[in-house]
Design a binder for this molecule. Sequence first.
Ligand SMILES: [Zn+2]
Length: 231
Amino acid sequence: MILDSTLDGRTNLIAGANKEEYHLRNVTPGRDFTPTLVADVRNTSEGEGCPNCADGVLKIAKAVEVGHIFKLGYKYSQSMGARVLDRDGKEVTPIMGSYGIGIERILTAAIEQAAAAVTDTKNAGSSFALPPSIAPFQVVVTITTVGETALIEAGDKVAAALEAAGIDVLLDDRDERAGVKFKDADLCGFPYRINIGKKLAEGKVELVDRLANTSDDVAVDEVAAKLKAKL
Ligand SMILES: [Zn+2]
C-alpha cells in the first residue's frame, strides 16, 4: 500500500477499494491502514490547484537554467570557522549562500531560442540570430561585390552613418563571393544585415531582419535611421 507523501498526515480521504468502480470514503492513513511505502509517486499536471491559496492554478512551461541560488546554511561557514559580529556586537557564524550566473549558458540559451526564431527554409536549423544586446555586432554591412567601386563607397558611407548613430557595425568588404559572406554572417549570429548590391543603382540597399525573418529595400540614406528605430 503506497501513500503519496503529499497526503501524509491528512484525514478522511477517498481511496481505491481494490475493486473495479468502488472507492472507500473517510480513509485516514495510519488509522485505517499502514502504508508499506510513503513516496512522491505522482506527477503534477497543468491546471492543478495551489496548495497555499484558493484560486491559484498551476501552469507548466519550459525553462532554461542560466543561473542558480544555493542556500548553503552553516556547512562551509562552520567548517571554515567564519565569524561575524551581529547587531549586538556578538560573534556569530553566518549563514552562507551562493549565487551563480552562467555566461556560457546565457549564450547557448540565446542561440537555442534564437535558432528557433530563424524559420526561413534556407537557413532553418543551420543558423541563428542573437539578440542585439549580446550580439558581437548588431549589424553587418555586406558589400556583395568588392570589384565595384560604387558599392564599396556606399558600404563605407552606410557603415559610417551606422557608427555615428551609435550602432555596433561590422563592415564585410572581403574579396569573397556574396554567398560566403552571407553564410559567415549567419554563423556569427548578427541580428541584422545590410546588403549593398545591385539595387544601389536605384539608390537602395537591403535591410535584413533575421529575428523577424523579413527583408526590406530601404533608401541608402535612410537605412541607419531605420535600423536605429528597430533597435
Ligand atoms: Zn497560490
